[in-house]
Design a binder for this molecule. Sequence first.
Ligand SMILES: [Zn+2]
Length: 151
Amino acid sequence: MARRPHRQTRPARTTPAPSPVSPSTASPCPCGRPVSYGECCGRYHVGPATAPTAEALMRSRYSAFVVLDASYLLRTWDPATRPNGLELDPTTRWTGLDILETTDGTPFHTTGTVTFRASYTQQGHPGALHERSRFTRHDGAWVYVDGTYLD
Ligand SMILES: [Zn+2]
């Protein structure tokens, strides 16, 4: 995910913005795998462990959006396409990740793609981001290159 979803016309805000989610390491991982955050994406966020596959990196980047870890998103971004900075919108609540398809991206590849649907609510309105992301290796570790929005 390169950026937050396109905003629709925004109705006047009637509820306070939700506070950022800070899961404990024992909470279920936001990426949806049936393991704790600390055993799953959290250990990549903390480092020095790095995601072994493009899918694991995709999951950990989704979880980074959930926990508002912009620095993780930037350091797992290909330097060739990485923005100078990233502001995450705390009013977007990411509610689920579905991995739909992967190509390559294993420990034996140097590139890969992950197609996913990430669900969210924004100002109480549900939405979904359907994207095919491209990944490559940089200094041995998987990094996000860019993504194509799908319908
Ligand atoms: Zn996870």
